[in-house]
Design a protein around this ligand. Structure first.
Ligand SMILES: Nc1ncnc2c1ncn2[C@@H]1O[C@H](COP(=O)(O)OP(=O)(O)OP(=O)(O)O)[C@@H](O)[C@H]1O
Length: 270
């Protein structure tokens, strides 16, 4: 199997500001204002062709940040991101323009990906058919439901035949029949040796779909390995986590962040 994704010590740092003036000062003055916040900290991760990797973790774990970095949408702050092949990211809000029709969005997205007008004309019917949008394809997509947008985004992404496909919760909004069709398509991709990253809060979907599980916790890799080894541990954790009160969850987060930053650093940041 060919290695398609290799991340070495990848971090993503954001600045957290308590006011707009702090942000303005940070831009114009050399002194640094605001606090550093790591959405990802020293993440190491590899994936191979033909693998479906499920990305799990509670809200704020860094799943979308990691997906966007692998897709090349978000730059990493430090570390090395090595991605071999073309990547398609399917997320609920991914890059479709509300004022344009479904058809125009297909054309725009394909043009941006470097397809010629003739290639787009040839792809268009299969995208429209897969998205099941019928006559709505010539309506502005701001009139679409979330499910319709998600179907269109999914149909475009699979039709361009990427080497790596990242699905970020996009299948959580479709109807059952479409989801089934989407899963079959994903399985077809897996057979063809593509790499699939799959972000979801659903244990059931992970059970059905993933080969491996990457468990993120507040920006760091908590565990990574074969589904049968990692998923039961994650399921156990989530059961307990869901029982926690808001205060207990906050305490859990602080402990995790303390480990991430080191206790001294964490006190200073607070
Ligand atoms: N632009 C930003 N500025 C500051 N913090 C950010 C920014 N983008 C993300 N974050 C923070 O980074 C952390 C990771 O966010 P991310 O969206 O990657 O998590 P997630 O695991 O995808 O969460 P969810 O399951 O809720 O979608 C969160 O604490 C989030 O608030």
């Amino acid at each position: 199997m060919k290695k398609t994704i290799k991340l070495l010590n990848v971090s993503k740092k954001h600045k957290l500001y308590t006011s707009t003036s702090q942000k303005v000062k940070d831009i114009f003055l050399s002194k640094s204002y605001g606090e550093d916040f790591f959405a990802l900290k020293n993440v190491n991760f590899e994936a191979y062709s033909g693998e479906v990797v499920g990305l799990v973790g509670v809200n704020g774990a860094g799943k979308s940040t990691l997906s966007n970095i692998i897709a090349g949408i978000l730059p990493e702050t430090s570390g090395t991101v090595d991605v071999t092949g073309s990547v398609a990211l399917i997320a609920i809000a991914s890059g479709l323009k509300g004022n344009l029709t479904g058809r125009e969005n297909i054309e725009l997205k394909c043009l941006m990906l470097g397809f010629t007008k003739d290639e787009i004309k040839a792809l268009e019917p299969q995208i429209i058919e897969f998205a099941e949008l019928g006559k709505f394809i010539d309506q502005p997509i701001k009139s679409y439901s979330t499910g319709m947008r998600s179907r269109l985004g999914f149909a475009i992404s699979v039709s361009i035949d990427p080497d790596i496909i990242i699905i970020d919760e996009a299948l959580a909004v479709g109807d059952k029949a479409f989801n089934e069709k989407a899963f079959n398509k994903m399985m077809e991709f897996k057979e063809k040796g593509k790499t699939i990253l799959f972000v979801s809060h659903s244990i059931k979907l992970m059970e059905k779909f993933a080969d491996k599980i990457l468990w993120l916790e507040y920006g760091q890799v908590k565990d990574y390995g074969l589904k049968d080894e990692i998923l039961p541990k994650y399921e156990e954790f989530i059961k307990e986590y869901k029982k926690m009160t808001k205060a207990e969850k906050e305490k859990y987060k602080v402990e995790a962040l303390k480990q991430q930053y080191g206790s001294d650093m964490f006190v200073e940041l607070k």
